[in-house]
Design a protein around this ligand. Structure first.
Ligand SMILES: *Cc1c(COP(=O)(O)O)cnc(C)c1O
Length: 354
């Protein structure tokens, strides 16, 4: 079999979705399954749909296009703010988009009018994580302008916490979103159908019963794909963490010193290696490197072996404690989100659906 490869267990993904949906349904929260960690893989989207998600959330139009071409027919939510250069594609590919800039929303409206459609938008509010979002006191003036645009309809407010700076979702910051929504509803006499509060970092608050009731929409990626919440990366109860497993092949096995010989300068990535002298070591090289994955996000499934370094094309392992491993053997890894994202994006990693 061609290596390296990543196996994708659709049953485990579906199970993870069902677990999350049980909690979300209990609190009347609907969920967009976020596929960006898989390069918008249609089979993963299908597993999410079987598990009960009702929208697909994607950050890339190319991925939405791929999903649509593969007959995924549920509403698509574009979760990265649209680019001015691609508004035409946004309104033709996405049913709904998350927005923060009046200039873009106005362009979306114009494009929709040309096509004779109405594009739905959710306005993102920055509740402190300093990633995307309108500052709270600017939401009202923004809605006031947007409401006059005929080609777009504001269907809700959203927020994205934790992702950039680790801001933890609380009752208070979520209630701030609810308060804003209620003020808007009253002032403009409209109904905001969706308050899209969270990603995987909001599940804990929901589970504890402390999420304000009006929050009724989440966008979930990591917890579905990898079975972890994202505040402390704790395992989410009754989910699988190994729906994705990355495997590579040993191409060299040698007994060598654990520290290099000679004067030491920079490595291929401009770093100066600092290594502990552990004496002689059984070292193996795997046929996977920084072009294929985010090496720091890998965890060997065999606890007796350890990653000691990586280049673009090689992963160096200390296999002293499991020296039975040999050239041609396969070594497997669990992945964190960054490693999953990069492996699914690398053309060199074969994708195998189980
Ligand atoms: C990636 C992303 C999500 C999903 O986050 P997870 O932590 O993977 O659940 C949700 N919303 C937005 C805006 C995102 O960019």
């Amino acid at each position: 079999m061609q290596t390296p490869y990543i196996t994708i267990d659709l049953k485990k993904i579906e199970h993870n979705v069902r677990t999350i949906m049980t909690l979300c349904k209990k609190h009347d929260v609907s969920v967009a399954g976020v596929t960006k960690g898989t390069l918008g893989m249609p089979e993963v989207a299908e597993a999410m749909i079987r598990g009960g998600i009702t929208w697909i959330g994607e950050s890339r139009l190319m991925n939405i296009e791929r999903l649509r071409e593969n007959n995924i027919n549920i509403p698509f939510l574009l979760i990265r703010s649209p680019h001015k250069s691609e508004v035409e594609r946004v309104v033709s590919l996405a049913d709904i988009s998350l927005n923060t800039e009046y200039e873009i929303i106005s362009a979306l409206s114009e494009e929709s009018l040309k096509k004779g459609i109405v594009h739905k938008i959710i306005i993102m509010v920055d509740l402190g994580d300093l990633r995307e979002g309108v500052w709270p006191d600017e939401v009202m003036p923004m809605v006031e302008k947007v409401i006059n645009l005929k080609g777009v309809k504001v269907i809700g407010l959203g927020t994205n916490l934790t992702d950039l700076n680790g801001t933890i979702p609380t009752y208070e910051n979520n209630q701030q979103l609810v308060n804003l929504a209620e003020a808007i509803e009253e002032k403009f006499n409209i109904k905001l159908e969706y308050l899209s509060a969270g990603n995987s970092s909001s599940l804990k608050l929901l589970g504890s019963g402390k999420m304000p009731e009006r929050i009724n929409h989440f966008r979930i990626g990591e917890c579905i794909l990898l079975g972890r919440e994202t505040i402390n990366r704790e395992i989410w109860p009754e989910t699988h963490q190994d729906a994705f497993v990355l495997s590579a092949e040993i191409i060299e096995k040698k007994l060598k010193p654990s520290v290099p010989i000679g004067e030491i300068g920079q490595d291929a990535f401009g770093n100066i290696p600092v290594l502990e002298d552990k004496g002689m070591m059984v070292r193996s090289i795997l046929n996977i490197g920084r072009q294929d994955t985010k090496v720091e996000g890998l965890c060997p499934r065999n606890e007796n072996i350890e990653i000691v370094g990586a280049t673009s094309d090689h992963l160096l392992m200390d296999i002293t404690k499991d020296a039975r491993l040999n050239v041609g053997d396969i070594v497997s890894f669990d992945l964190n989100y960054g490693a999953l994202l990069s492996s699914m994006t690398s053309p060199f990693v074969k994708k195998i659906i189980l």
